[in-house]
Design a protein around this ligand. Structure first.
Ligand SMILES: Cc1ncc(COP(=O)(O)OP(=O)(O)O)c(N)n1
Ligand SMILES: Cc1nc(C(=O)O)sc1CCOP(=O)(O)O
Ligand SMILES: [Mg+2]
Length: 207
């Protein structure tokens, strides 16, 4: 399995957003180092998810970047993405591993060491850990776990920990010091006036 990129861009498909423009800009700055996770609203149809994932995958392929699909593993398989990401409301990790096969990249959300260990045992190849900080991008999340919570998970597992939730370039050093291998962002790139420059800033912080 190729090594995982440290910067994960999760697509923002809320009304009024332009995910493909952000993905294009981020790819010009990060190229093969970027992981793009195609995440659509729950209300999106599978056809909409498939169409977006296919377009993102084609962009990623130009740069050698990695494309993952959130939640909808059948869409990941249908477009030929490198893998997917699941959380508590999605397929269980072991079932997701079965669907993706032994070589697919499989991310699982974990918010505490116990669930993290269980996810890795069940076949997760990386963990998304958060919310690290408050975020307005997603509703219904538990309280932020901060770098301390990230450290608790990172100390418990031997797969890459990707910190998510309210991540900015300024917050990256503390997350890395806490054991995060990388970070996943929505707003830090989607809301940036210059997403390519913001990508470069995040990469510098991660280096
Ligand atoms: C890298 C990363 N970490 C966590 C999540 C959250 O996944 P999940 O808990 O399944 O929530 P939704 O994103 O599906 O709303 C993620 N997508 N990526
Ligand atoms: C999709 C998602 N999942 C989270 C989790 O903690 O599980 S936080 C999150 C949204 C992250 O967006 P932003 O970078 O704008 O804060
Ligand atoms: Mg999910």
């Amino acid at each position: 399995m190729p090594s995982l990129g440290r910067l994960h861009l999760v697509t923002d498909t809320r009304p009024g957003r332009d995910p493909l423009t952000v993905v294009r800009a981020a790819l010009t700055a990060a190229r093969a180092d970027l992981v793009v996770q195609v995440r659509v609203e729950d209300s999106a149809t599978d056809r909409e998810a498939y169409d977006l994932a296919g377009r993102v995958l084609a962009l990623c392929a130009r740069y050698g970047a990695t494309c993952l699909v959130n939640d909808r593993l059948h869409v990941a398989l249908a477009v030929g993405a490198a893998g997917g990401h699941v959380g508590a409301d999605d397929l269980p990790v072991a079932a997701a591993r079965h669907v993706l096969g032994p070589t697919g990249v499989l991310g699982a959300t974990a918010r505490a060491p116990e669930t993290a260990v269980a996810a890795v045992t069940a076949g997760a190849s990386y963990l998304g850990v958060g919310p690290c900080h408050a975020t307005s991008t997603k509703d219904g999340l538990p309280d932020p776990i901060g770098p301390t919570g990230v450290r608790a998970v990172a100390d418990a597992v031997d797969v890459p920990v990707i910190a998510i939730g309210g991540v900015t370039a300024a917050r990256v050093p503390a997350l890395r010091a806490a054991g995060a291998y990388g970070v996943a962002v929505v707003g830090a790139l989607s809301a940036a006036t210059d997403p390519a420059a913001a990508t470069a800033e995040l990469l510098r912080a991660l280096a």
